[in-house]
Design a protein. Structure first.
Length: 554
């Protein structure tokens, strides 16, 4: 039996036999939790890795358990090879719960009804997290982490301090945490083959477009290509179901951040004069027929279908969100027909101070244990394994010997693994389970210097390289601005939601206004309605929380 790191912390109520410990990991051993050649699944399988082989102090065998897990990002069954390996190493089978409709609605319904899963994953920046905490639906994790989470402590480090609730306790663990320098997010994604025809001096990147140049480029495309393959063309489309990506892209070109900061105080971003300029620019593009007339009602699927058709020249959004569409374009016309991310700079903005890359080291998602969980200790042990380096490499690299090998102390993916992701990212991930279960994911690199996110960042493709070339200097850290709003369940939280609804509805109306005067009128009314709804009261809370956070992080 090989010497492999334990994943279950020994406690007075639970002691595991050596046969189980041979299959799992603990940060107390060398290599900080990274899997070593001796820790291969094949070696572990030579001994007993079944939880039934383990025992409590009374000598009774531990039985496998099933945990229900609400994951807004996936609804697939937990049965692919990586899932099976997780169960083999931990004794935990996961029953995935995910709605076919709106995840936010389902989360609110579960909270209201009390019909909660064992583990829940939700948007960390959403008010739903505070609602769950305020309602007592999530249990505090601090004692569990102290007893059963040594790898959680090591991997998360100061992130645990920064994600504490107002009472000083941790109620969730971040997902996709850790800040990676120079990683772009949003951009204007443009068909490179068509761009080479229309603006050959900009096609290879390195030089941003001015706002006027971008507008002229869209016009040139429409004039030269009114149709493609018999289909009416679209100069610029957007995923209307993801307004964060829509406004995030345009905010990037104006250097706008989460809030408008003036005289040391924070206000809603729409109160920045540059935000109005941004909306008027978008409205101008729309009125000139350069933005997809149906953009506001585009769902992700219809948006990707439009991109895949080959009749779209450009789109907003994060470059990785276009993966499926780019695969379709590549099959039809090769890599040069894919959409690559470029930078557009607004008038008076320093290209180096654009903000296309908002990134929080505190993570995109929050994962918590609910009060409905009957075995939080065992759940934390399960989480500790997944959060460890060994767990991270299993989740994101797959199974040693099958998907990757350890060569000279470093993780090396098999050529067929890299090719599988290159050929069909979505289906290959679903088939193998690699990067399918993105839980407790840490950005950056493991202790051997290899990136955790093998599928995306081990071998950067041309699309990634272009995004980095054009937009890496636009990355900025949003940590200080995250989750500053009122506590969930309070009257002020309802006011904040009303203000947010006014903003979202008004921004869309302003963009599709028939005239510039109408767009301005809509924008003016939005600011007035926000104030009438109580935006200043919310801003006071935001500023109080902001100052408290700055003091806490000193």
């Amino acid at each position: 039996m090989t010497s492999v790191k334990k994943w279950l912390a020994i406690s007075s109520g639970l002691v595991l036999t050596a046969s189980v410990l041979g299959a799992c990991g603990n940060s107390n051993n060398s290599n900080n939790g990274a899997a070593s050649p001796s820790a291969s699944p094949a070696a572990s399988a030579s001994g007993s890795s079944s939880p039934a082989a383990s025992a409590s102090d009374s000598g009774e065998p531990l039985k496998p358990i099933t945990l229900t897990f609400f994951d807004k990002n996936t609804g697939d069954a937990f049965n692919n090879p990586v899932a099976q390996e997780i169960t083999k190493r931990t004794g935990v089978t996961v029953e995935i719960q995910q709605p076919t409709g709106n995840p936010a609605e389902k989360l609110n319904l579960m909270l209201a009804s009390g019909d909660l899963p064992d583990i829940v994953l939700m948007d960390r920046s959403s008010d739903i997290v505070n609602k769950y905490i305020a309602a007592g639906a999530l249990i505090p994790l601090n004692d569990l982490i102290d007893k059963y989470g040594p790898d959680v402590k090591e991997m998360y480090g100061d992130t645990l301090n920064k994600t504490r609730y107002t009472d000083g306790k941790n109620y969730y663990l971040s997902n996709w945490y850790g800040f990676s320098e120079g990683e772009p997010v949003f951009g204007f994604n443009i068909r490179k083959d068509l761009l080479t025809e229309l603006a050959p001096d900009k096609a290879e990147g390195g030089q941003p477009f001015t706002a006027d140049e971008f507008e002229a480029l869209l016009k040139s495309f429409k004039e030269k290509y009114p149709t493609i393959n018999g289909k009416p063309t679209i100069a610029l489309t957007m995923d209307g179901s993801n307004m964060g990506a829509v406004t995030g892209t345009f905010k990037g070109m104006y250097g706008l951040k989460s809030y408008y900061e003036t005289d040391g105080k924070l206000q809603y971003d729409v109160e920045d004069p540059k935000y109005r300029e941004m909306i008027l620019y978008m409205n101008k593009l729309y009125r000139e027929g350069l933005i997809d007339v149906d953009w506001a009602i585009n769902k992700k699927e219809s948006w990707l279908q439009k991109l895949s058709s080959g009749a779209v020249f450009a789109s907003t959004g994060a470059y990785w969100d276009l993966g499926d569409a780019n695969n379709a374009l590549k099959k039809d016309g090769g890599e040069k027909s894919e959409m690559y991310a470029y930078k557009v700079v607004a008038p008076g903005v320093d290209p180096a101070k654009t903000t296309y890359g908002p990134s929080s080291s505190l993570g995109w998602d929050a994962i918590g244990i609910t009060k409905a969980n009957k075995d939080p200790e065992r759940t934390m042990q399960f989480i500790n394994f997944l959060a460890s380096e060994e767990g991270q490499y299993l989740l994101q690299w797959g199974i040693e010997g099958k998907d990757w090998d350890m060569v000279d102390g470093k993780h090396v993916p098999k050529p067929e693994t890299l090719q599988g992701f290159k050929d069909d990212f979505t289906n290959y991930s679903k088939k193998t389970g690699i990067r399918k279960w993105t839980w407790f994911i840490k950005s950056g690199k493991g202790s051997d210097g290899t990136v955790y996110d093998m599928a995306v960042r081990y071998q950067r493709g041309e699309v990634d390289q272009m995004a980095i070339k054009n937009l890496a200097d636009s990355a900025w850290n949003t940590d200080a601005y995250d989750n500053l709003g009122p506590q969930g369940g309070t009257p002020e939280a309802l006011v904040a939601q009303k203000v947010s609804d006014i903003m979202n509805q008004s921004v869309t109306k302003a963009i599709i206004a028939k005239t510039e005067d109408e767009a301005n009128a809509v924008f003016d009314k939005m600011l007035s309605d926000m104030k009438a709804a109580g935006s200043e009261k919310v801003e006071k809370i935001i500023n109080d929380n902001y100052q408290a956070r700055l003091a806490l992080w000193k």
